[in-house]
Design a protein. Structure first.
Length: 415
């Protein structure tokens, strides 16, 4: 399929616009009614792709790695992709075979399993306290800019082995990359430079940080570029998704009456709110992607060899075919507890590794619990309707979360 042929296809949906971040679930429901479980979409620059929003169809795409490999070299649109295309950092310009990708995942998983979870929790508590100390005496804060976007960046920077003073800069760079704006490319270059310096320090002075653990793995990568790409992927995958998981959970607890008692009780119901967010307000809305290895059919769509399939994780989580099996009520509460059949961490061989999921949960849950312990009368400083979402169809987070609370003194490093 050529670029011009795709532009002539009737009904293709631009993968941009406010509907994807103001009310995505209603938008996905409308797309499902109009197009079915596989939606023809256009990426910036009129680049063709498919958005898979059906639960069954998504399950097929991410488990059939022969027919739908994560192999960007197959993409039939490379001749139409300019060097400054804003989504290029998300799609990836480096061709990696499926076998090499799985080897990377295996090495990363083993290194992640070696991360000391107790030390990580301690670091999360310490860094969270430090951030709260910066605003706790003011009685007001923006829990996105002052807290949620910084906690994961600081903790992950500590985990990987970055110098302590680089956390803020890394948070800014990764946000620019995720938003896919005009500065995404320059942010990608800057991030790679930071990671290259990290790799050099870990090689010269090995320690117990993640970069050192990766270098010490017996199945070493072939060159420094591989290490840089893997370290970048770990940091990117863990930062903004964890930040949004954190802020979306706090937002839910501040705006939903079911969690009002939880705020006063501190840690009560944090886990329930976190799991509910993964079902209904997941940070990872759309993920890129898989490429068809040959012509095939998916639902009622003809997929051509080399076509890009975008993974509609949030839409699949809301598919009525699966929700009828998990939705129920206990009093007024939906039944989410213990049900983890969502796609928020992906699925299949390329899913987010189990240790990474556990580490992200430690960071998010620890920081929320510390926040509620220290500021138990936390409340929104604006009407809930005034809260806005990040203008991105890919990652769902709140642009700002203004809160008020009774001022308390800083701990000053003593807890």
């Amino acid at each position: 399929m050529t670029h011009s042929e795709h532009r002539a296809r009737p009904g293709a949906v631009p993968l941009v616009g406010p509907r994807f971040h103001t009310d995505p679930q209603r938008h996905y429901a409308e797309l499902r009614r109009a197009h079915g479980p596989v939606v023809p979409v256009e990426l910036p620059g009129d680049i063709p792709a498919w958005l898979v929003i059906g639960y069954r169809e998504l399950h097929r795409v991410i488990t059939d790695t022969t027919l739908f490999p994560r192999d960007v070299s197959l993409w039939n649109q490379w001749p139409n992709i300019p060097e400054d295309w804003p989504l290029l950092p998300m799609v990836g310009r480096h061709f990696t075979s499926p076998e090499q990708s799985l080897r990377h995942s295996a090495v990363v998983q083993l290194a992640l399993e070696s991360v000391d979870a107790i030390a990580l929790r301690g670091s999360a508590e310490e860094l969270t306290d430090r951030l709260i100390d910066g605003f706790c005496a003011h009685g007001r804060a923006d829990l996105v800019a002052d807290f949620a976007e910084l906690v994961p960046a600081l903790v992950l920077a500590w985990m990987l082995g970055f110098p302590p003073d680089t956390g803020d800069e890394l948070a800014r760079i990764m946000k620019a990359m995720a938003d896919g704006g005009a500065d995404a490319q320059s942010a990608h270059v800057g991030f790679a430079e930071h990671v290259g310096h990290l790799l050099g320090r870990a090689r010269a002075h090995p320690g117990t940080d993640f970069a050192s653990l990766l270098l010490a793995h017996p199945e070493a990568f072939t060159d420094d570029e591989e290490y840089v790409l893997v370290l970048m992927a770990v940091m990117l995958a863990g930062h903004l998704t964890t930040a949004d998981w954190l802020s979306n959970t706090v937002r839910l607890m501040l705006t939903d009456d079911r969690f009002a008692a939880a705020l006063g009780a501190g840690r009560h119901s944090v886990g329930q709110a976190m799991n509910e967010v993964l079902w209904d307000d997941t940070p990872s809305q759309i993920v890129c992607g898989r490429w068809a290895a040959q012509d095939t059919r998916l639902a009622d769509r003809v997929i051509r060899r080399g076509d890009l399939l975008m993974l509609g994780l949030a839409a699949a989580n809301a598919d009525p075919h699966i929700r009828q099996h998990i939705d129920g009520t206990v009093g007024e509460d939906p039944v989410y507890s213990g049900n983890q059949a969502h796609f928020s961490f992906g699925y299949g061989p390329h899913r987010c590794p189990d240790p990474a999921q556990q580490l992200a949960e430690i960071i998010a849950r620890t920081s929320i619990e510390v926040l509620l312990d220290r500021l138990p009368d936390l409340d929104l400083a604006v009407p809930a309707a005034a809260l806005t979402r990040r203008p991105s169809p890919f990652l769902r987070g709140t642009t700002a979360l203004p809160v008020r609370f009774t001022p308390v003194p800083a701990l000053g490093g003593v807890r």
